[in-house]
Design a protein around this ligand. Structure first.
Ligand code: NAD
Length: 360
């Protein structure tokens, strides 16, 4: 068994900084073959088009339980029958040399099983967020990939987006003085009451697991620290629809340096898609902060803008992970980063259950 590489223990923010410092390595122009598992909304509308634009990756195979989708994807992406799998034949990817990386785009509750099966088949794994339903599952996924000697990346696309990267630089280099407080929030009004996102076994939780993790991640990479204390409150306006999962949560976090954070997430209403950093000599933030496009940064100083062209977040993270595999370099959000989020999410749920602050 491989020993856990020490860099995996670094925070997302410091891993990202190291990654940036490395610059572009020589990958010899090779493109890694990616297999997509789960051909739902994200795979269809974001990931497949993004893969077509990458420098270091290409769509090599699909895994789906729906034969009509397989036919459609085969035609649209010029895939032959040898590279079409379903959930039963999935483990045969071990014998498919065209597949280097397996991208898990299934409901959260299925991430652990398919990550572990992909690692056992000898493939690198890229897993959608949140990494799994529980921290315990995340640990099993990390161990499976370590045992197989394979990389495990988590799809935290904002870490590859230029506004977020510049905001991290502002914080790290104290461009507005030291950060004192962070506000971060992400929510939307969820529709169909029968979807998997409202079922505990498939989603792990509600708004917090789905979109609250973006606000949580932002606080972690902007502070460059891990929270030491959390206090949270939950409210439900529709207990029937949100019988199994959380609807609206507000929580605050204390970081070791004294930075504090206040965060919100909801499935009940829109209009929350932002972060703000309050520093000794000014403020900066983004609103919207976490959408696929149309992001807007702002600062309190005209001479220090936070403005960049929009990019395809999915192409950026897929290329970054492929390059990290090809040249052995670091990739910011690896399994340990996803695990840390789940540990904090569990502390938030515990604080709600027990009605008290939880120390980490
Ligand atoms: P979706 O419902 O559109 O697709 C899920 C896919 O899983 C479908 O193809 C479905 O057929 C398949 N599936 C297999 N077994 C299933 C089961 N038992 N129940 C339900 N579906 C089953 O979901 P999505 O929006 O594509 O989300 C997939 C993953 O991607 C989730 O983990 C989600 O959190 C993540 N996601 C990430 C982003 C991002 O910005 N990174 C955005 C949206 C979704």
């Amino acid at each position: 068994m491989m020993t856990r590489r020490p860099f995996l223990r670094t925070t997302a923010a410091s891993a990202l900084a190291t990654c940036l410092a490395r610059g572009q390595g020589d990958t010899g122009g090779r493109k890694l073959g990616w297999a997509l598992v789960g051909l739902g909304s994200l795979s269809t509308h974001q990931i497949a088009p993004a893969l077509a634009k990458t420098k270091h990756a290409r769509l090599a195979a699909i895994v789906t339980g729906t034969p009509s989708k397989a036919e459609d994807w085969k035609k649209r992406h010029q895939l032959d029958d040898a590279h079409i799998y379903d959930y039963e034949s999935f483990d045969r990817i071990a014998d498919d040399p065209e597949i280097d990386v397996v991208y898990i785009v299934l409901p959260n509750g299925m991430h652990a099983e398919y990550t572990i099966r992909a690692a056992k088949a000898g493939k690198h794994v890229f897993c959608e967020k949140p990494m799994a339903n529980t921290a315990a599952e995340c640990r099993e996924m990390i161990a499976a990939c370590e045992d197989a000697g394979k990389r495990l990346g988590v799809a935290y696309r904002c870490q590859f987006e230029p506004h977020h990267r510049e905001a991290i630089r502002f914080a790290r280099e104290k461009v507005f003085g030291p950060v004192r407080h962070l506000n971060a929030a992400f929510g939307f009004r969820i529709g169909d009451p029968n979807q998997w996102r409202l079922k505990k076994d498939l989603a792990g939780g509600g708004a917090l697991m789905d979109v609250g993790v973006y606000a949580l991640q932002a606080c972690r990479y902007l502070s460059g620290e891990e929270p030491v204390e959390i206090i949270a409150q939950e409210t439900k306006t529709d207990p029937k629809k949100f019988k199994e999962v959380d609807e609206t949560i507000v929580w605050s976090m204390k970081f070791p340096s004294g930075i504090t954070a206040s965060c919100q997430t909801t499935y009940a209403y829109g209009g929350m898609n932002r972060f703000e950093a309050i520093c000794d000599q000014g403020r900066f933030g983004m609103d919207p902060a976490y959408s696929y496009g149309g992001l807007k940064g702002w600062t309190s100083r005209e001479d220090v803008p936070l403005s960049f062209p929009q990019i395809d977040h999915f192409s950026a993270e897929i290329d970054a992970f492929s390059k990290a595999i090809l040249d052995g370099g670091e990739f910011g959000p690896e399994g340990e980063d996803g695990l840390r989020d789940l540990e904090i999410v569990e502390a938030i749920y515990r604080s709600i259950r027990e009605g008290r602050a939880v120390r980490l």
